[in-house]
Write a protein that binds this ligand. Structure first.
Ligand code: FPP
Length: 252
């Protein structure tokens, strides 16, 4: 894993290199307007477009959005199928634009329960944008942090079965290379919209030293101005990674 915050102190930049977002509040945005919850998800797609563009312009290298958690299957059937249809439509409509903007798209999560057409669209969109590097956009879909750690452990043991009888030989870096976002540095900044202050099983390994920012705004209202406010707050943070303030000051 590049730049593990527990194995070494990562370099810090004014603009987060990696921003991870829980896009919460779509349902409440809609309910407040006497609209069905699904209308909030549809407006949420517009916020995704605004935030991708704002991050690209501000030099963010990695943007990771939590679109559907392992636990979201518990929602009403109609809402789950609307969300699936939205993913498909968005992939079909937006991939050309992402391609033009230099965005590389990856989807992480357990994709096996998704219908074959959605899986094929995901693969095609990933392949079509694979040569891009301006912004690495990751959509976490049917993703859970615990699922990720488990699948990484299973892959590690499958690759090196001998480790099962020598558990002490397993180290952090070995396991981390099998996490689904091993290609990215750990998030510098995490944003959750919608007023809740929880991690909700998102990137639980990678958020070890991430700065956490909670906004009361609902996701459909989120845009460039909110990103600027979050980045301004981020710049005020002293990122110590376990060190003292004096140590941090003497390093700069
Ligand atoms: C949380 O709001 C949002 C979701 C579970 C879905 C997020 C999906 C989108 C923003 C649209 C599609 C995204 C892509 C990338 C195509 P909530 O429904 O939990 O809101 P609530 O807490 O107000 O009920």
């Amino acid at each position: 894993m590049p730049n593990s915050s527990t194995l070494s102190v990562p370099a810090c930049t004014d603009t987060p290199r990696h921003l991870a977002i829980i896009m919460d509040g779509n349902g409440r945005w809609a309910t407040k307007r006497f609209l069905p919850r699904t209308a909030g998800h549809m407006r949420g797609v517009q916020a995704v477009r605004r935030v991708v563009e704002a991050c690209g312009r501000r030099g963010v290298e990695y943007l990771t959005l939590f679109a559907f958690s392992s636990e979201n299957w518990r929602r009403p059937k109609e809402e789950v199928s609307l969300l699936m249809r939205l993913f498909m439509q968005t992939l079909e409509k937006q991939v050309g634009k992402l391609e033009e903007q230099g965005v590389r798209l990856r989807i992480v999560g357990d994709l096996s329960p998704f219908e074959p057409r959605l899986q094929a669209l995901i693969r095609a969109a990933e392949e079509r944008t694979a040569h891009n590097s301006t912004l690495n956009l990751t959509i976490a879909a049917n993703y859970g942090g615990r699922w990720d750690i488990l699948q990484a452990m299973r892959k590690l043991l499958a690759a090196q079965p001998g480790l099962a009888s020598q558990p002490d030989a397993i180290d952090e870096a070995q396991l981390a290379q099998y996490l689904s976002m091993a290609y990215a540095p750990e998030p510098d900044l995490f944003i959750r919209t919608g007023g809740e202050q929880r991690i909700s099983n998102f990137l639980i390994w990678q958020l070890a030293y991430t700065e956490l920012y909670f906004s009361d705004d609902y996701w459909p209202d989120f845009g460039a101005k909110n990103i600027d406010a979050a980045f301004e707050w981020y710049r005020t943070r002293e990122r110590r990674f376990g060190r003292t303030s004096a140590q941090v000051a003497s390093q700069t």
